[in-house]
Write a protein that binds this ligand. Structure first.
Ligand SMILES: Cc1cc2nc3c(=O)[nH]c(=O)nc-3n(C[C@H](O)[C@H](O)[C@H](O)COP(=O)(O)OP(=O)(O)OC[C@H]3O[C@@H](n4cnc5c(N)ncnc54)[C@H](O)[C@@H]3O)c2cc1C
Ligand SMILES: *[C@@H]1O[C@H](CO)[C@@H](O)[C@H](O)[C@H]1NC(C)=O
Ligand SMILES: *[C@@H]1O[C@H](CO)[C@@H](O)[C@H](O)[C@H]1NC(C)=O
Ligand SMILES: *[C@@H]1O[C@H](CO)[C@@H](O)[C@H](O)[C@H]1NC(C)=O
Ligand SMILES: *[C@@H]1O[C@H](CO)[C@@H](O)[C@H](O)[C@H]1NC(C)=O
Ligand SMILES: *[C@@H]1O[C@H](CO)[C@@H](O)[C@H](O)[C@H]1NC(C)=O
Ligand SMILES: *[C@@H]1O[C@H](CO)[C@@H](O)[C@H](O)[C@H]1NC(C)=O
Ligand SMILES: *[C@@H]1O[C@H](CO)[C@@H](O)[C@H](O)[C@H]1NC(C)=O
Ligand SMILES: *[C@@H]1O[C@H](CO)[C@@H](O)[C@H](O)[C@H]1NC(C)=O
Ligand SMILES: *[C@@H]1O[C@H](CO)[C@@H](O)[C@H](O)[C@H]1NC(C)=O
Length: 626
């Protein structure tokens, strides 16, 4: 019996009864794959699904990490970002040159399986800039709308005025809870898209404070309510939309690789398979071969597979440049210093790493525990009380509800522009150059969190946290190979705070946080509280630039929203890695489809932009087939 048919029998066995998810390369069927997708993350799952809609083509998806299905830690929304970070079984454990951890999902669904689940589409101006920079109007807001419907279609225009009206009537006297809003919206909105998106699934004590601030006539001008920050103009304060479906995380894996799709005969998914390189054909111009191994499960033998049509790299903002560089696609001089034979001299590979900048502030609240009712408590009620936590886990298992059904961060988010009516702000914007793509996009955002936001609280108190985010930074970084061990952990220099604009914008965001907390309901809530984490020093110094800079420098961190390391640019541009159709410049057969192609980060959280890029890429690939 020949080797091929032996493979065939094994694969048949593996397929009996269920999905084509393979643990071992030895069970892969020995068939011809038309497309091989490297990286089963946010973008990779979308491509695997959409390309396999055409039953004439065979798809192979390679993912370095393991399966997502049935991993309760990832499915429980409250855990969200608590499942990420160094040491997690579902994380790449990357560390930056400044020593901080840079999380990336190491599991099917990629970072969508471990992220904070904030669902935000960016602003119309972000997309206008992508179109302008690439010279391709297929990236404009209007042109991407059909993709948004395929991803998810929670909010549609007709019902917005209605819900708005209800809010206006109920806003003052009946603090309008977000769970009521969720139920309302579920009644009125269709959800044809695959990713489930929900409004807050569990009320927080802070919800009514938020409602009072945005509904109070004397503060609403400064803090306007925004019903749907996903309408193209994300400015104002509104309820968070999260990728949660029926109380559980909706990841790229659970949505796009659900059983009904995995059961397609032409879709094959191999987990624990990490690609090391893509390999060229003889002329170095066509790349259709990928080399990978299953070293993480003890098999370091390298396999190569050749696709008849294309290799699509979707390994993410770090994994993608690492793979390209190891393949000899990158800066010629830098690669020859590493003794990596050059296939294509593309200096932008791994450059222009861009991210958001986050800052945490926290207050220890002077309230005694235990609290009652549940709505008037902070997360500490169960994060500090393991018995209570266990009870809520049981509740979640039983009915997919309770406090663990919320995203673990916040029920509200606000996006704002810098106040250019302030001459000092305008002067700074003029001298730094305004990085914002346009007037519909925010410069910064912030979100109140009903508990301590990151890690274990410093004391056994209840907390209020605020996270401020500069959503357009000017700092740029890079992803490079380690010259000692090019195949080992990459050198990730995120460039954090290297451009002084970012510090300036964060100081403004910081002051805006305090303006927000100075409104009536919050002032009372924080009356007896203790500023934590060194905040008191900033207050004592009357928010001097120096004091704020010290605080920001010690407590700010990357937004974990990195993009740009395999950027798209106009065809023929002197920089960039891929053309607007996401084909690697100067090569055939090789595309990049993931966060790394975005030349700028969106002015909101970026996951939806990655979904959009992948949905459009699937269309581009399908239309290039004929
Ligand atoms: C902790 C955290 C919180 C976040 N919170 C939010 C949020 O609330 N909202 C939001 O919009 N965005 C958020 N983000 C950002 C968002 O999740 C990412 O921008 C997005 O998911 C990136 O998608 P991607 O397809 O580019 O990469 P990923 O989803 O990371 O996928 C890359 C995949 O490739 C695999 N891979 C890598 N290298 C190889 C290789 N050599 N061979 C095989 N497989 C490989 C990886 O294991 C992974 O599965 C967050 C990110 C993190 C990490
Ligand atoms: C990250 O560390 C954890 C804990 O040691 C481990 O389980 C996981 O496999 C590591 N991730 C990678 C990509 O090696
Ligand atoms: C290890 O990988 C090689 C090639 O990738 C494959 O032929 C072999 O069957 C694998 N071994 C096991 C035990 O799966
Ligand atoms: C392809 O690239 C390799 C490695 O740089 C080089 O040795 C070889 O000469 C190239 N082949 C062609 C046809 O350019
Ligand atoms: C970085 O991006 C900018 C556009 O934002 C571009 O002008 C520049 O050439 C890029 N740099 C590299 C090294 O790719
Ligand atoms: C908080 O309480 C736990 C258990 O009650 C105790 O072990 C821990 O030391 C306390 N931490 C602080 C910072 O007081
Ligand atoms: C490169 O890898 C070597 C060997 O693992 C390690 O000792 C060194 O610290 C790495 N260099 C950087 C800059 O991370
Ligand atoms: C509205 O805000 C003003 C100014 O902060 C405050 O004085 C007033 O009490 C608030 N009204 C209500 C009903 O909260
Ligand atoms: C906390 O509240 C109690 C009762 O209201 C009060 O006596 C105490 O001084 C407060 N403590 C702080 C640190 O504000
Ligand atoms: C802060 O402002 C107060 C009141 O205006 C003033 O008394 C104090 O000296 C100032 N503190 C500093 C450090 O400037």
């Amino acid at each position: 019996m020949g080797r091929l048919s032996a493979f065939g029998i094994v694969s048949l066995l593996a397929q009996i009864g269920s999905a084509r998810l393979y643990e071992s390369v030895s069970s892969l069927p020995a068939i011809n794959f038309d497309y091989i997708i490297v990286g089963g993350g946010t973008a990779g799952c979308v491509l695997a699904n959409r390309l396999s809609e055409d039953s004439d083509v065979n798809i192979l998806l390679l993912e370095a990490g393991g399966a997502y299905d049935g991993v309760e830690q990832l499915e429980i929304p409250f855990n969200s970002i608590r499942s990420a970070g160094s040491g997690s079984a579902w994380d790449w454990n990357f560390t930056t040159t400044t020593g901080s951890s840079y999380s990336r999902g190491y599991v099917l669904g990629g970072s969508s399986s471990v992220n904070g689940m904030f669902y935000a589409r960016g602003s119309e101006d972000d997309w206008a800039r992508y179109a302008a920079v690439t010279g391709d109007d297929g990236w404009t807001w209007n042109k991407i709308q059909p993709y948004l419907k395929r991803i998810s279609s929670l909010l549609q225009i007709i019902t917005i005025p209605l819900v708005n009206l209800i809010l206006l009537f109920t806003g003052k006297s009946v603090p309008f809870t977000s769970s009521v809003l969720t139920r309302l919206i579920q009644l009125w909105y269709s959800t044809d898209g695959l990713v489930g998106v929900s409004l807050p699934g569990f009320p927080q004590f802070t919800d009514s404070l938020f409602v009072e601030t945005v509904m109070n006539r004397s503060t609403a001008d400064q803090f306007p309510f925004k019903l749907d920050y996903n309408d193209g103009t994300p400015l104002g304060y509104g309820w968070v939309q999260s990728t949660i479906k029926d109380g559980a995380r909706s990841s790229a894996a659970s949505a796009y690789l659900a059983d009904e799709f995995l059961n397609r005969e032409n879709l094959h998914v191999l987990i624990h398979a990490q690609a090391s390189r893509v390999l060229p054909s003889g002329d170095n111009k066509t790349i259709k071969t990928v080399e990978f191994s299953q070293a993480s499960i003890g098999n370091s033998t390298r396999t190569t597979l050749t696709a008849s049509r294309e290799i699509i790299v979707s390994a993410g903002v770090i994994g993608t440049p690492v793979l390209l560089l190891n393949s000899g696609i990158g800066d010629l001089t830098e690669l020859s210093a590493l003794n990596i034979p050059s296939i294509a001299n593309i200096p932008s590979v791994g450059k222009n790493f861009s991210d958001h900048l986050n800052l945490l502030a926290a207050w220890a609240l002077n309230v005694s525990q235990p609290f009652s009712p549940a709505e008037s408590t902070t997360f500490e009620r169960f994060t500090l009380d393991l018995a209570q936590m266990a009870a809520f886990v049981d509740q979640w298992r039983e009915s997919r509800d309770g406090p663990l059904a919320m995203n673990g961060l916040s029920n509200q988010i606000g996006f704002r522009r810098l106040d250019s009516s302030d001459p000092n702000v305008q002067h700074s914007l003029d001298s730094f150059g305004d990085p914002s793509p346009g007037p519909r996009a925010a410069h910064f955002g912030y979100t109140p969190i009903n508990g301590f936001a990151f890690g274990r609280p410093p004391t056994n108190n209840s907390y209020l946290s605020m996270v401020a985010t500069v959503v357009q930074t000017k700092s740029r970084g890079s992803v490079k190979l380690n010259s000692t061990v090019p195949s080992g952990k990459p050198i990730i220099d995120t460039g954090i705070r290297s451009n002084p604009y970012d510090l300036f914008a964060m100081r403004e965001a910081f002051k805006a946080v305090f303006d927000f907390l100075a409104t009536a309901p919050w002032v009372n809530y924080l009356e007896d509280s203790q500023p934590a984490l060194g905040l008191q020093a900033v207050i004592d110094a009357n928010f001097s630039a120096d004091a704020m800079n010290t605080y920001i420098t010690s407590l700010s961190s990357e937004g974990l929203h990195g993009v740009g390391t395999a950027s798209m640019s106009a065809a023929g541009a002197g920089w960039g890695v891929v053309d607007p159709d996401l084909v690697v410049k100067g090569l055939q057969g090789l595309r990049v489809v993931d966060a790394s192609v975005l030349p700028f980060v969106t002015s909101t959280n970026p996951m939806v932009a990655v979904y959009i890029v992948a949905e459009r890429a699937a269309d581009l690939i399908k239309s290039s087939k004929d």
